[in-house]
Write a protein that binds this ligand. Structure first.
Ligand code: AMO
Length: 426
C-alpha cells in the first residue's frame, strides 16, 4: 500500500474517487452490518465506513493499530469529519497491543515519567504532537530570521579535547586512550569563526554535568548560539530581541491548530524589552529587604523578586566582571562592570551573552586571573593573532524558550528524550 493522500489533503474534488490512506485506528465501533473507524494520521482524522463482506471479515483489530485503507471518498453527515471513506480494502500493517502503556487519546492521563518512558506512543497524543510541531516552527522561524540578518549556520564539534566554559560541569569520556569532553557550548569555535564568516549561528545540543533536579535544567539541552563580528553587546541584544519577537509572531500566526490543541494562546510580547542593569536589580532587592551586595550572584529567590517586578521578557545587563566567564569584556568607563547581559522571562534565564575580549594579551591575563591555564587554550588563542575582529554573541536555551511560548514550566515536556541525572533512557 502506498498512501495517495494525507487526511488533510482530502477535498470535495476527490468525492467519488479512490484514495489510499494510512494511519492509526483511534476508534472502532461495530454496529451490526457496519463498522465505523476513526482513522488518524499526522494531519488529521477521518471516518471510514466498512460494510458488507469486508465488515464480515474485519475480525478483531485493536485500537491504535496501524492500517492502510483503500476506499472511495464520500460526503459525510458526521460532525467531526470533513469527508468519509467507504472502505474497499483494509490491511493491518502493524498491530497494537491492548491495553497500551499510555493512552494516546489522553482520556486517561499519564504522569510525565510514564509518558517519557513511552515517548513514541505519547507522540500520538495530539497535545504532545502539537508541542513538537510548534518546536519545528520555532526552529524554522529562527533559521529564517538569522539567515535574513546574514548569519551563516555552522556546526561545531561536540567531542572536545579541553573545556570551553572554564571546566565545571563537564562530562568526560574515553577517546582512544585519551580524555575527551562533551562540549558545554560552542563558545570558542563560534568566536573563532567570526574571523572568516563574520556572523555565525549554531543550533545544536550541548552537555552539562549539572546535578540539578529542576524544571529548567537538563544534562543535554538544545542551544541557539550566535556570534557576530563588529557588533557590541547592545547590537546582539537587538538581534536576540527581534528573534524572540519573530518566533512569537510566526507561531502565533501559523500554528493556530496547535495552540488550540494545547489549550494555550501565544501572546506576542511587547517590545522593546526593558533593559535593567545589575546595579538596579541590587537596589530593587535591597528595597525588598534582601541582604545582597554588589558582586553577589543573583539567586533563584532574587530572580523571582526581580521577575515579579518586571513580568515577561527583560534584559538584565552590565553584570560585575567577577561573575562572568573569562571571554567577556569589561566596560571601558567602569572596569568592574562587564558588557554582558542575560535575557530573562520573569525569573527564568533564557539566554546570556556579551561583548568578548578580542585582544589576545588581555584574554591571556583574564584566563590567569580566573585560575585557568592559557596552555589549555593554545589552539583558541592562536586565532587571536590572525586578525580577530571585535565580536559579541549569546547562547539561548531552546528548550526554555519553548516553555515560555507554550506556558508550561517543565523543559522535559518539550524535549523528545530528555536527559537529566535520573534519566538516561529511553
Ligand atoms: P550559559 O551557560 O548561560 O551561557 O548558557 C546559555 C543558555 O543555555 C541554556 N542552558 C540550559 N538549558 C537547559 N539545561 C541546562 N543545563 C542549561 N544550561 C544552559 C540557558 C542559558 O541561558 N557560552 C555562553 C553563551 C554566550 O555567551 O554566547 C553560555 O553557554 O537558557
Amino acid at each position: 500500500f502506498v498512501k495517495t493522500h494525507d487526511i488533510s489533503e482530502l477535498t470535495s474534488e476527490l468525492i467519488g474517487k479512490q484514495v489510499v490512506l494510512g494511519g492509526w485506528i483511534e476508534d472502532l465501533r461495530k454496529l451490526g452490518k457496519m463498522s465505523f473507524i476513526t482513522l488518524r494520521d499526522v494531519s488529521g482524522i477521518s471516518q471510514v465506513i466498512v460494510k458488507g463482506e469486508l465488515n464480515d471479515n474485519l475480525g478483531e483489530i485493536n485500537r491504535q493499530s496501524v492500517v492502510s485503507v483503500k476506499g472511495i471518498v464520500q460526503e459525510t453527515k458526521a460532525r467531526d469529519f470533513a469527508f468519509e471513506i467507504k472502505a474497499e480494502e483494509i490491511e493491518v500493517l502493524g498491530k497494537a497491543i491492548h491495553p497500551l502503556p499510555v493512552d494516546p487519546i489522553g482520556r486517561v492521563e499519564s504522569n510525565i515519567d510514564t509518558r517519557l518512558n513511552h515517548r513514541a506512543l505519547d507522540m500520538r497524543n495530539q497535545k504532545t504532537a502539537s508541542i513538537f510541531k510548534l518546536r519545528h516552527y520555532v526552529l524554522q522561524s529562527l533559521r529564517k530570521t538569522l539567515t535574513g540578518k546574514k548569519f551563516i549556520e555552522i556546526t561545531t564539534p561536540k567531542i572536545i579535547g579541553s573545556a570551553s566554559e572554564g571546566g565545571a560541569n563537564l562530562f568526560s569520556l574515553e577517546y582512544f586512550g585519551k580524555k575527551a569532553y562533551l562540549a558545554q557550548s560552542p563558545q570558542l569555535y563560534k568566536e573563532q569563526m567570526t574571523i572568516g564568516l563574520e556572523r555565525v549561528f549554531e543550533i545544536s545540543n550541548f552537555y552539562r554535568a549539572e546535578n540539578s533536579h529542576t524544571g529548567r535544567h537538563l544534562s543535554e539541552f538544545t542551544s541557539i548560539d550566535i556570534e557576530a563580528a563588529f557588533m557590541d553587546y547592545n547590537d546582539v541584544m537587538d538581534v536576540l530581541e527581534s528573534l524572540v519577537m519573530e518566533v512569537y509572531k510566526y507561531t502565533s500566526e501559523n500554528c493556530k491548530k496547535e495552540q488550540e490543541t494545547i489549550g494555550h494562546t501565544i501572546e506576542v510580547p511587547k517590545s522593546p524589552f526593558e533593559r535593567i542593569t545589575y546595579n538596579r536589580c541590587i537596589e530593587e532587592l535591597k528595597s525588598a529587604d534582601e541582604k545582597v551586595e554588589f558582586g553577589d550572584d543573583l539567586l533563584d529567590s532574587h530572580l523571582r523578586i526581580i521577575g515579579d517586578n518586571h513580568p515577561g521578557f527583560f534584559f538584565l545587563t552590565d553584570w560585575p566582571m567577577k561573575l562572568k566567564p573569562f571571554y567577556i569584556r569589561e566596560k571601558d568607563e567602569d572596569p568592574e562592570l562587564s558588557r554582558s547581559f542575560d535575557l530573562q522571562f520573569g525569573y527564568l534565564e533564557l539566554s546570556s551573552g556579551g561583548t568578548r575580549l578580542h585582544n589576545p594579551e588581555m584574554l591571556k591575563a583574564r584566563l590567569k586571573e580566573q585560575d585557568l591555564d592559557p596552555a589549555q587554550f593554545t589552539d583558541h588563542l592562536k586565532a587571536f593573532d590572525w586578525g580577530m575582529p571585535p565580536h559579541s554573541g549569546w547562547g539561548m536555551g531552546l528548550d526554555r524558550l519553548m516553555t515560555t511560548l507554550i506556558g508550561i514550566d517543565n523543559v522535559r515536556e518539550v524535549v523528545l528524550y530528555p536527559r537529566d541525572p535520573d534519566r538516561l533512557s529511553p
